[in-house]
Design a protein around this ligand. Sequence first.
Ligand code: AVJ
Length: 326
Amino acid sequence: TLIDLSRKNDGSQDRAAFAKDVAAGLSQSPKRLSSRYFYDANGSRLFQQIMALPEYYLTRAEFSVIQRHRSAMVSAFAAAGFFHLVDLGAGDAMKTKLLLEELANQKKNFDYVPMDISGAAMRELGDDLQQTYPELHVQAVVAEYITGLKWLKQHLTERKVVLFLGSNLGNFEREEGMDFVRQIRQHLQPGDLFLLGVDLAKDPETILAAYNDPGGVTAAFNLNLLSRINRELGGNFDLEAFSHFALYDPQLGVMKSYLVSRREQEVYMEATGARYAFAAWEAIHTENSHKYTLQQAAEMGNKAGFKLVTSYLDENSGFADMLFEV
Ligand code: AVJ
């Protein structure tokens, strides 16, 4: 079943909220746009391509974490009988499928609740799993994180195992990330589990390369934000006049991405009827991807009211899936 909690109707509310955010971000100094708007159909497709890049180690590293440890993970999940497996920001569930396979092999008793803001992704995943596991009960939820968390607290009565994989926490500022983990904790009960995927601090060159591929897929992903504004808000961004620029701050552990205006220019947006001026080489900040040490992530979990059970690592200790319990 598909449960759509997105502010739909005719999409006009979403569009208005998007226009408001964009207008605010382009009117402030320094300029910024939120990375949450990357994932329209086009952006989701580009992110799939990023995950297949040789430089983008994150997805393969976490895949390897799960491959190595899935038997132990599944035993921990199912230690107290039936559970709801909740997958926040599931996307194509590429990594979760390893767990589903293991759960099926071990004949564990659970249902699967993927959640994502992409309706297309949830429909595809639902159909796909129906084919592979006709017996598995799947409730795919289309929602933003907090709406999804509220829904699960109201509708799921049994023990919950919540997955938040793929270093998705990295897009939050440290403080916001902490708040979000607290939110998750507040929607869970004693006995519930939380598996958090964390990209660990490592060689800055390795991190930078993952967000700056020579083929320009990440650049296209970043620039799609401007295409989306053109498409949905009647913008007239000239994509040739902006460049992707990425840098890593090894002290703060944060990967930062920008779109740099290559010349002085003005951009018009129908949705607001306003013009936005860019100086030559003025940048729009579009994304932060925070990296954590194991200690930082453990401390965050503890402060949110979780107890760390185990940290599962890949062979290079570059990525961790950290299992917390309430
Ligand atoms: C989906 C947030 C995990 O930050 O690594 C990939 C998004 N941005 N390349 C990340 C992204 C540029 C990705 N997350």
